[in-house]
Ligand binder design. Structure first.
Ligand SMILES: [Zn+2]
Ligand SMILES: [Zn+2]
Length: 281
């Protein structure tokens, strides 16, 4: 435990700059961040537990994380103190660093740039809960709204072009803390898998003059074979070419390209959809 404590007390500014290196064969960008190897590793096979163990994400432990970027708080409470409902902090062991220039450069056949970007942690609730599905719909809505708030803010940074929200749950997935949380990584490059998806959608559009996602929604609603949930603004279904068991997509029925354009009423509905899907899973 003491080891964990020391790492959380470490000064972020002393970390060496991570690097983005491009694989010259497949064109994939890889983050080289040696400092991340030092992040806390639980002595047990499962992540840090709340039963008596130390959890830096629980309410009352605000001084154990870097200073908050944003938090939804009860009235008359102060930043980095109790009274928050959802809280966003920089990752203590960032894969990318927010300060500095990209400094794109070549080294023979290799391309690289400084590992500039944002790496944030969204602490989804103040109490020690390990499952997002157990949170109230209102709580889940605030988590979704803070995703939107952070994407809108980071979009203003001209160095950054892509944002990815993700959750690792359980030791096998690489989670080092069990308190329910998500992460946001915003990068100066578009990941190759996303590039392939965008190119595929563009090719479909160039050929048929229609949006592949809108077409897919129409077909799935008609076939009713793979639909998991159908609500006024969202559809959830198992994709035709699923890569793993229980793969489930949630798509907005209205044609829209950016999550951060979502409206408040849609977030309210999406909170219900997400909780329902997670409970079904
Ligand atoms: Zn906790
Ligand atoms: Zn569409």
């Amino acid at each position: 435990m003491q080891e964990l404590h020391d790492f959380f007390a470490k000064d972020l500014r002393s970390l060496p700059m991570p690097e983005l290196r491009k694989d010259p064969i497949v064109g994939r960008w890889v983050i080289i961040a040696t400092e991340r190897a030092k992040r806390p590793v639980a002595p047990k096979p499962e992540p840090q537990s709340g039963d008596g163990g130390f959890c830096p994400f629980c309410e009352g432990q605000e001084d154990k994380t870097p200073h908050e970027i944003i938090a939804y708080r009860d009235r008359n409470t102060r930043p980095n103190e109790k009274g928050w409902r959802v809280r966003v902090v920089p990752n203590k062991f960032p894969a990318l660093q927010v300060e500095g220039d990209l400094h794109k450069r070549g080294d023979g056949i290799y391309d690289k740039m400084n590992g500039i970007g944002a790496h944030e942690v969204i602490i989804e609730c103040p109490q020690h809960e390990v499952t997002l599905a157990n949170l109230s719909e209102e709580n889940i809505r605030e988590v979704l709204w803070v995703y939107r708030d952070r994407l809108v803010d980071l979009k203003k940074d001209p160095r950054l072009v892509y944002g990815m929200l993700f959750k690792n749950v359980g030791a096998a997935a690489g989670a080092t803390l069990e308190h329910t949380h998500s992460q946001l990584i915003v990068t100066p490059i578009v990941p190759i898998s996303v590039w392939e998806e965008m190119t595929g959608a563009l090719e479909f559009f160039n050929y048929r003059g229609r949006c592949i996602y809108c077409d897919m929604i129409q077909q799935e609603l008609g076939a009713e074979k793979r639909v998991v949930l159908d609500t006024p603004n969202f559809i959830s279904f198992a994709p035709y070419a699923s890569r793993f068991p229980f793969e489930t997509w949630i798509l907005p029925k209205n044609h829209n390209s950016h999550f951060e354009n979502i409206q408040k009423t849609e977030v309210d509905e999406l909170g219900t959809v997400l909780k329902t899907i997670l409970l079904k899973l």
